[in-house]
Design a protein around this ligand. Structure first.
Ligand code: NAP
Length: 566
């Protein structure tokens, strides 16, 4: 695919520094950069961090690890890359993922196109140019025709508003802003606040060497075994022989994972059969206990309760102290209605003498002093406080950029009562702006989902190129239809009334913790069908006349790429 400059506009006409700018070089941004470069566009990626990897760059806490099967989380776009890279464990840890993303970026010569340490603070649509003007934190300015935000849903850390938090004189680490150096827990008094998927991973690690570990839990989770294992070198050929099947599965399931829900109802099986089925899932590697479970547990409280009861029994079997087991056992919501953390001997940690679980509902944290955490019951001296308190999820990474579309309308204002997008990629009134895995997108196993998003964007750019169209904007009615579909779909699921980052909580921002629909949590099969229908219908849900430089500019301003098929 080549940029055909003979067809009209190109970056050299002086109006734009770049044909496209990508914000972020995480999983989605790297692939987006690769595709744009392959297409012959002049492209730059602006990255706030000092390295690539996005969430894997920032979340380098001890214990950070995949819970997708590693090959299913690797990129599928390059047969050579699939062949060259060997994953050393079923579920790779952060250092291996960091090496992987560095390898990909160098393998495809993307690094010269990335500017690190560069936080984009503003992006304003320029109607007269049908392009974007960007400003960075250090005051640099860039102009581009296409702006692609690959800023990630789990980017902006959320800190609990505990009085005195800033006064702590020991080491403070948020899991998503982990220092780029070793933080040793050995022999230290460590506090971990938060017990989500991240907290569980860091708690398992800290418990191994800390002199004393205090775990502050607000809501217990239904955690399930990861069942990780190393992959020996001699196993690699057999593992790789299964790649085509695995890639095909990720592109066809309803969550982008290799797993699909079991179509049977919980009540189709006898008690013995059901127990055996659940035991099997519990013993299998990965997230199948959630994603390959009975389909009716997502919608039917009675069905859900049966599986929730199974998971509760597992916790009680594994935790010796009955009071601690009770504290760790969720009761107020059902299994799978919040992200299921995957663990490796997490519950057994609470059988260790150096670990104490503190339920902040019973024993709230009152304040933090330079050397301690003061609860309603005791003052606990600590050396390290780890905040595993999650993210201002999904919209937070957009909110921190002053993004303005046609007539200066702010994206943040548009989304004040919850995000509205078309397919999680487009926001009406924000022409030539694309989001890789943005709000109301279909996520799950991130890499296949984001590859799909990027391919969708490239197909649309190809279409525009073939027709000589310089500009694209989602029609408001298309955006409304998708947003309504996503909201109505979520309302039918048990997840919709359960507090978690997926439903708008844990921002720790006053007035912002409220039920919101942030992602498309329905079937990815339906998502792919929507996208295919739009494409087959020649993108009639879009307007290609974005005002401003239309007419005379339209002829001049056409980015022409050969079809992806050439
Ligand atoms: P999270 O699921 O939002 O968990 C945040 C934790 O902090 C929760 O336990 C929350 O309690 C607690 N918390 C937040 N504010 C608090 C406050 N003011 N006081 C007391 N406790 C507070 O965030 P996360 O664990 O970082 O995980 C986010 C997502 O990242 C996961 O769901 C997953 O999608 C992804 N992740 C993936 C992997 C992987 O692939 N292996 C690993 C880690 C994370 P409540 O539960 O009461 O809100």
């Amino acid at each position: 695919m080549l940029l055909r400059k003979d067809k009209g506009w190109n970056a050299d006409d002086g109006r734009f520094d770049y044909d496209a700018i990508v914000i972020g070089t995480g999983v989605g941004g790297i692939y987006q950069l690769y595709r744009l470069k392959q297409a012959g566009l002049r492209v730059l990626a602006l990255e706030a961090a000092k390295g690539v990897g996005g969430v894997w760059w920032w979340n380098r806490y001890p214990g950070a690890r995949l819970d997708s099967e590693a090959p299913s989380y690797g990129y599928s776009f390059s047969p050579e890359l699939l062949e060259e890279w060997d994953w050393s464990e079923r579920f790779a840890a952060q250092p291996e993922l960091q090496r992987y993303f560095d390898y990909v970026v160098d393998r495809f010569d993307l690094r010269p196109h990335i500017q690190f340490d560069t936080l984009v603070t503003a992006a304003h649509y320029q109607s007269d140019e049908q392009g974007w003007a960007l400003t960075t934190e250090r005051g640099d300015h860039y102009r581009c025709r296409y702006l692609i935000a690959a800023v990630g849903p789990l980017t902006l850390p959320s800190y609990p508003p505990i009085p005195g938090r800033e006064s702590f004189a020991g080491e403070t680490c948020h899991t998503s802003r982990w220092p780029d150096r070793e933080v040793s827990f050995a022999g230290k008094r460590v506090a971990v606040v938060g017990t989500g998927a991240t907290g569980v991973q860091v708690i398992q690690e800290a418990a191994k060497s800390a002199a004393q570990l205090y775990v502050f839990q607000r809501t217990p989770n239904y955690c399930a075994p990861l069942n990780n294992a190393p992959v020996a070198q001699e196993e690699q050929p057999a593992v790789k022989a299964r790649y085509p099947e695995m890639i095909a599965a990720c592109r066809s399931t309803n969550s982008w994972f290799i797993h699909d829900p079991d179509p049977r109802s919980v009540f189709d099986l006898s008690d013995e059969e059901r127990e055996a089925f659940l035991e099997k899932l519990y013993a299998e590697p990965g997230i199948g206990i959630w994603k390959a479970n009975f389909s009716d547990i997502a919608v039917d409280p009675a069905a859900n309760e049966v599986v929730s009861d199974f998971m509760r029994r597992k916790i009680r079997e594994r935790v010796k102290d009955t009071e601690t087991a009770e504290r760790l056992t969720p009761r107020s919501y059902g299994f799978g209605t919040r992200r299921v953390p995957l663990e490796t001997r997490y519950y057994e940690v609470y059988n260790q003498p150096n670990v104490q679980l503190i339920d902040v509902n019973e024993t709230p944290i009152e304040r933090i002093t330079p050397s301690s955490i003061v609860t309603s019951e005791a003052e606990l001296d600590v050396d390290i406080i780890v905040y595993a308190t999650g993210f201002d999820a999904v919209t937070g990474s957009f909110d921190r950029i002053d993004i303005r579309g046609v007539d200066g309308a702010r994206l943040k204002d548009k989304w004040e009562h919850g995000p509205q997008t078309f397919l999680g990629v487009h926001a009406a009134g924000f022409p030539n702006f694309f989001m890789v895995g943005g709000p109301l997108a279909s996520l799950g196993n991130f890499t296949p989902a984001l590859e799909f998003s990027v391919n969708w964007i490239m197909d649309l750019l190809d279409f525009m190129s073939a027709k000589g169209l310089p500009c694209v904007d989602a029609k408001p009615e298309a955006e409304r239809e998708w947003t309504d579909f996503v909201r109505e779909g979520q309302a039918k699921l048990l997840i919709s009334s359960v507090k978690s980052w997926i439903t708008g909580f844990n921002t720790n921002k006053e007035g912002k913790d409220e039920f919101r629909v942030l992602l498309y949590v329905g079937s990815a099969k339906d998502y792919r069908k929507w996208c295919a229908d739009v494409k087959e219908g020649d993108y009639r849900q879009f307007s290609f006349d974005c005002g401003g430089a239309a007419g005379e500019g339209q002829e001049r301003a056409s980015v022409a790429m050969d079809s992806a098929r050439s």
